[in-house]
Each structure stands twice: as structure tokens, then as C-alpha cells.
Design a protein around this ligand. Structure first.
Ligand SMILES: NC(=O)C1=CN([C@@H]2O[C@H](COP(=O)(O)OP(=O)(O)OC[C@H]3O[C@@H](n4cnc5c(N)ncnc54)[C@H](O)[C@@H]3O)[C@@H](O)[C@H]2O)[C@@H](O)CC1
Ligand SMILES: [K+]
Length: 511
């Protein structure tokens, strides 16, 4: 990939931003119709390649044409396929078309492309091209059109959506009334937010960006510094890692991480967090655990310094030893397996001037104490909640709709970096920037997999600026899950095996 392609693949935009960027191209003299031809030509080529890959030779193509330029794109594709010898038919559920779309419709009809009812189209075609709505969808799909969308979904035909599956809100990814369920989505020009929102995931199918050559300057001119959104690419995640190491190096240059984790009830949590940290290459690892866990941890993590702590009756950490010298650590991560009985450990940790990662019961204890305490911290704080923990911390923010907005608000409220776990993990930073992880696997939805992330993240925060470390850790953790699932099936990705795939993922990427 060229530098430009890399940069383009990281940008994520709203409908309003996309419209503003396109308007700059048009204002500078690019003819609207020429851009439509260019885009539709690229999509036609990609679609045909995909059909070939699927073994579909000369499929009968049904094209669903909406009123706007998404419908215009669809008509240009229909025309090109028809002229290339494909059997093509069009259905047009809404009467009135935008001018350019209307013009393509007239030409298509003049060539002899049949215009059919949806029923006729579904009877005659092998697959569907969805050009009903793109980023111009502005209200819920309802009435007769909603019934047609239901019919399309019930038909179980393969659907190739142009730009977005019709009915999906471009920014939030939510279903507006109803939506076409695509098997394949060709997102045009720049990634739209919906392509990275959990709510849209089941409608998108496989997603691909069709880069049609938007100049970087036009993107820069439109995107505001305070509300940027980036997709975490492998390139970006790997480039940030402290590799290669300089020839003259020593362990303290690779950071010292303190983990505070585990209890008698969740003894394995401390091991998994430690193994996640180990994979980060961190120079020194210290693990504070209830004292009775020490004999258990030493054989699993012989390189770590185990700090035995006084225990409560329930086997949780009662307090952290007074002898701890915080200045030794470049990062502290607290939470996995500590249970809510470890309540007394959080106030002193919040007082430290080290970057602090809170996860699991560390987050629950924080919600008991109140998130306002974070405002007083002098060093960065990183919170890594799943939706349930997020709701306890931020009861007034909904983590299940627009997750990009949710992490942005949470981060701005607390001054912390907030990572909301999900199929498409979203990370908000206090600057307003949001980072989105584009790829993951449901195989990671399993006890202990979050502990591994906390350890890995802690180890990277000890070596890198937190906002960079958290992007790499998120991508790395997800890719390890993907690789493990490829080799062991989705059932074989237990947290321990996940830790064993962390190093191989980076190695494969660097090869
Ligand atoms: N302008 C161009 O030349 C380019 C356009 N592109 C295409 O243009 C699309 C955006 O085009 P438009 O702005 O025309 O938007 P759309 O094609 O998404 O549709 C907007 C039209 O649908 C109507 N509409 C919206 N919601 C509706 C609802 N719920 N029920 C019924 N009607 C509804 C609107 O009134 C408007 O007429 C992109 O998604 C992309 O496919 C891109 O290919 C880039 C180039
Ligand atoms: K569409």
C-alpha cells in the first residue's frame, strides 16, 4: 500500500463530513456525473472479481434503485454490466428520482434494461445490488418500502450493497426502521462510521473500502481536530510497537509495570494478566497479589517480582504494602480478579502520578467511589469497561447505540482514555479523537480474555505514550484472537491459549 492508501484507510467520517468533502471536489470543478461514473466503474470491477471468487459465472443481476445518487451509482453499474453481457433487471421502488439518477434511468431504459416489480425481480435474479439509499438516508424506512425491504431480506438472495446497507444510519450504525441485510458492502471513498459500529455489524457482511481518489487535502480541510475518528490498521498498530530494539539496551528502558490483580476466588486472573503483560516485551513486571497466591504465580511467571499483600477474610487484597515505591513504575494496571472486597486499594492508586489502567472490579470500585475522582489525577488514566461496567460508570450515557459518541462523552467527562469493549472496540481520548478496532472475533467473548488485554495494555503503556499503546494493544489482542480461532476454531480460544498467539501475530505481520 502507498502512504496515501494507508492514510485513507485510517479515516472514518460522518455523513455530514463526507458530504462536505464531496462538495469541495465538486466546487473545485470535478463534475458530479464524472465522479459517479468513476465510482461505479470501480465498484463494478470489484463486484465482478468477488463473483468470480464465489464461483458465480454470469449471474442474473437484480438492481434495486433508490431516489438519490446511491441509486445513480446502481444504475451506472447496471448499465455497465448490461453492456458487458450480463442479464440485468432493475426495480425502482420510489417514483421520483434526483435529476442525474433520472437521466441514468432514461438511458438504461433506452438500452432495453427491463424495469420490474420487486416480486418479478426476485423471481428472476440470482443476486441483488442494493442502491436504495447511501449516506443520504435521513428518516426511518416505513410503509410499503419497509415491506419491500422485508421481502428482500426474506428472499435470502446474496446482496451487494453500495456504500452502506440501505436503512443503516451512516453515523450511528443503527437500523432506521428496517435495513437490507448485505453479504457484501462496498464503502465508497472513505470509511463511514457505521462500518465500525456494533449495531450495523449484522447488516454489513464483508466490508471493503473502494478508494476513488479523494485528495488528502480535502479531507484535512473538512475534519475538525476535536472530533476525529480513526480506524486502527495493522500498519498503525505495529508501527507503534517498540521494535526493533536498539542494540544497546537494558531492561529498565523497556519499562516497569505493576499489576494489582487476583484473589483467592479469581486466582487465575492474576496469571492471565501476567501472561498478557509478558507478551508486551515489558522490561520488568511486578505483580501485587494476596499473599497466599504467591506460590501459585511463581511457577507460571518466574520472571515476575511477586509482591505479597495482606489479605481480607475472603482472600482479596486487604491493602497494598507501605513499602511500595510508586516511582519505580512506568505504568500500573489494576482490576482483574480483585473482587469488590479489595476496596481499600483504589484510593492510593488514584493518588499516584503513574499512568493507571483500571479494569473489571477496578472499574466497579471506581463507580462506587465516583468518577469525579479521576479529574484530580496528574497522570493519564485508562478505563477498559465492557458495556455493563460502562453503564455503572456512566449511567447517563448509552453504550449500545452510537458507541463512538459514547466513548467520546465518557472520555471528556473524566479526562480518562475510555476503551469500550465490543465487537468493534471503541476508544475515546480526552482530545475528542476516537479510535476504532476494525476486526475481531466472537471467539474472544470468553472469561479471562479481558484480563489478557489488561496485562498487554499495561505492558505497552509502560513503554509507549498511553494513547498509542491502547490502539496497539486493542488491535494486537483482537488479531491474536483471530489467529487462534483460525487454528483452533472459535471454541478453542480460551484465555490461556490466547496469550500464546500474541507473539506469533506480530511475527507474522512483520514477515
Ligand atoms: N455525488 C456523487 O457523484 C457521488 C455520490 N455517491 C453516492 O451518493 C450517495 C449519496 O447520495 P444522496 O445524497 O443522493 O443520498 P442517497 O442516495 O442516500 O438518498 C437520498 C435520497 O433518498 C431520500 N430519502 C432519504 N431517506 C428516505 C426514506 N427513509 N424514505 C424515502 N426516501 C428517503 C432523500 O429525500 C433523497 O432523495 C452515496 O451514498 C453514494 O452512493 C458516491 O458514490 C460518490 C460520488
Ligand atoms: K445502499
Amino acid at each position: 500500500m502507498t502512504d496515501r492508501q494507508n492514510q485513507i484507510s485510517e479515516v472514518v467520517v460522518t455523513a455530514a463530513e463526507m458530504r462536505a468533502i464531496e462538495n469541495r471536489l465538486f466546487a473545485a470543478g470535478m463534475p458530479v456525473a464524472a465522479l459517479m461514473e468513476k465510482v461505479a466503474g470501480l465498484v463494478t470491477r470489484r463486484m465482478r472479481a468477488e463473483w468470480e471468487r464465489l464461483g458465480l459465472t454470469l449471474p442474473k443481476v437484480g438492481v434495486i434503485v433508490g431516489p438519490g445518487h446511491n441509486g445513480g451509482d446502481a444504475l451506472v453499474i447496471a448499465r455497465e454490466l448490461y453492456l458487458q453481457g450480463y442479464d440485468v433487471a432493475v426495480t425502482q421502488p420510489l417514483g421520483k428520482l434526483k435529476e442525474l439518477t433520472q437521466s441514468h434511468a432514461e438511458y438504461g431504459k433506452s438500452l432495453g434494461i427491463p424495469w420490474l416489480s420487486l416480486e418479478e425481480l426476485l423471481q428472476s435474479c440470482d443476486l441483488l445490488i442494493d442502491g436504495l439509499f447511501g449516506f443520504g438516508l435521513e428518516r426511518p424506512i416505513s410503509g410499503d418500502l419497509a415491506e419491500q425491504v422485508a421481502q428482500i431480506n426474506q428472499s435470502k438472495k446474496r446482496v451487494f450493497s453500495i456504500d452502506l446497507p440501505s436503512g443503516i444510519h451512516t453515523d450511528t450504525g443503527e437500523v432506521l426502521g428496517c435495513a437490507i441485510r448485505a453479504d457484501y458492502t462496498f464503502c465508497l471513498g472513505l470509511w463511514k462510521r457505521a462500518c465500525l459500529q456494533d449495531g450495523a455489524l449484522e447488516f454489513l457482511g464483508k466490508v471493503e473500502l473502494v478508494d476513488f481518489g479523494i485528495p488528502l487535502g480535502d479531507i484535512e480541510a473538512v475534519l475538525a481536530e476535536s472530533s476525529r475518528c480513526y480506524r486502527i490498521t495493522g500498519q498503525r498498530a505495529i508501527a507503534a510497537l517498540p521494535l526493533p530494539r536498539p542494540l544497546l539496551f537494558h531492561k529498565y528502558k523497556a519499562g516497569h509495570l505493576l499489576l494489582v490483580c487476583g484473589s483467592q476466588e479469581y486466582a487465575g486472573s492474576a496469571i492471565l494478566t501476567g501472561l498478557g503483560a509478558r507478551a508486551s516485551g515489558v522490561g520488568m513486571l511486578s505483580i501485587a497479589v494476596p499473599q497466599s497466591l504467591k506460590p501459585l504465580l511463581v511457577p507460571q511467571l518466574p520472571e515476575a517480582l511477586i509482591i505479597p499483600c495482606p489479605e481480607t477474610d475472603t482472600g482479596a487484597i486487604a491493602e497494598l504494602p507501605d513499602t511500595l515505591n510508586w516511582d519505580k513504575y512506568q505504568a500500573i494496571a489494576c482490576g482483574p480478579g480483585i473482587t469488590r472486597s479489595a476496596a481499600s486499594i483504589l484510593p492510593p492508586l488514584l493518588q499516584t502520578s503513574q499512568p493507571l489502567i483500571l479494569d473489571a472490579d477496578g472499574l466497579n470500585l471506581l463507580s462506587d467511589l465516583g468518577i469525579s475522582l479521576l479529574k484530580g489525577r496528574s497522570a493519564p488514566t485508562l478505563l477498559t469497561p465492557h458495556a455493563g461496567e460502562f453503564k455503572r460508570l456512566f449511567p447517563e450515557i448509552n453504550p449500545t447505540g452510537d458507541r463512538i459518541q459514547a466513548v467520546r462523552e465518557a472520555s471528556q467527562q473524566t479526562g480518562a482514555i475510555v476503551l469500550l469493549k465490543g465487537a468493534r472496540t471503541a476508544i475515546g481520548s480526552p482530545t475528542g479523537t476516537v479510535y476504532l478496532n476494525p476486526e475481531s472475533t466472537p471467539a474472544l467473548a470468553r472469561g479471562g480474555s479481558g484480563d489478557v488485554l489488561t496485562g498487554l495494555l499495561g505492558g505497552l503503556v509502560a513503554q509507549l505514550p498511553p494513547e498509542i499503546a491502547i490502539q496497539s494493544a486493542t488491535w494486537w489482542h483482537a488479531q491474536a484472537g483471530i489467529l487462534a480461532a483460525q487454528e483452533r476454531t472459535a471454541l478453542g480460544v480460551d484465555a490461556f491459549h490466547l496469550t500464546q498467539y500474541l507473539a506469533p501475530v506480530v511475527q507474522r505481520f512483520l514477515m
